[in-house]
Design a binder for this molecule. Structure first.
Ligand code: BG6
Ligand code: MG
Length: 219
């Protein structure tokens, strides 16, 4: 069986379903700009940075703006998004997440939170999880967005664990690609038809612990 020394978690869509709040805020912006934005379109935005998300959104609407205008648009979206996340409570932690992380601690496996979001600390505070991870690398600490592996490599470095002993948990296509680029094992959280490049895909953490994960997936 392979050795696992660290588990690295994405936040949005893995620990909490903030992907739905990102979607609602982007959709509101798209509608205000005069075009529609579907949940299917939203898959392209998962895991990528705020400004890249805006570029993809504007591409869908076939619109062009100056850099200044784009900063205003992304600020507007972020204000709407922050309104949603400031209402979050620990009830919104996805099923099985806390038990799974506790099972890692019991097995002396290190944990990291690795998110592209600049709002990660706000979310972790809202859900009372800011002290759950050995280290946190968020969007304020990286410059290169997923699929660039920077956020995962930085996490592994701070944890003092080699890439080959890490498992990344990710809900985004760009995030799975970032884990592959970091040469880490990865588990997709979502649907196999979307996360086609993931080593394995789970629909939720419910009932999962590190031993069953290693036995079933990483023999
Ligand atoms: C990622 C989300 O975690 O963070 C993306 O999956 C989002 O959808 C990105 O664009 C940046 O988030 P924020 O909160 O800094 O706008
Ligand atoms: Mg995500």
């Amino acid at each position: 069986m392979i050795k696992i020394n660290a588990c690295i978690f994405d936040l949005d869509g893995v620990i909490v379903d903030t992907a739905k709040y990102h979607y609602l805020a982007w959709k509101r912006l798209a509608n205000e700009l005069g075009f529609d934005f579907s949940e299917n379109d939203n898959e392209q935005l998962k895991g990528v940075s705020r400004m890249t998300s805006l570029d993809i959104l504007l591409g869908i609407g076939n619109l062009t703006f100056s850099h200044e205008e784009k900063l205003k648009l992304s600020d507007k979206k972020n204000q709407w998004y922050v309104e949603y996340i400031l209402k979050m409570t620990p009830d919104e932690i996805l099923p099985g997440v806390v038990d799974f992380i506790n099972s890692l601690r019991d097995n002396n496996i290190k944990t990291a939170l690795a998110s592209a979001s600049k709002n990660a600390m706000t979310i972790l505070k809202q859900i009372d999880m800011e002290n759950y991870f050995d280290i946190i690398i968020d969007g304020t600490k990286v410059t290169k967005a997923k699929p660039n592996p920077e956020v995962f490599l930085k996490s592994a470095l701070e944890l003092g664990v080699e890439s080959k002993y890490c498992i990344v948990f990710e809900d985004a296509v760009a995030g799975i690609q970032a884990a592959i680029n970091a040469e880490m094992h990865n588990v997709g959280v979502g649907t196999p038809t979307v996360l086609t490049k993931a080593n394995y895909v789970i629909s939720s953490f419910e009932g999962l612990n590190i031993e069953t994960l290693k036995l079933n997936f990483f023999k």
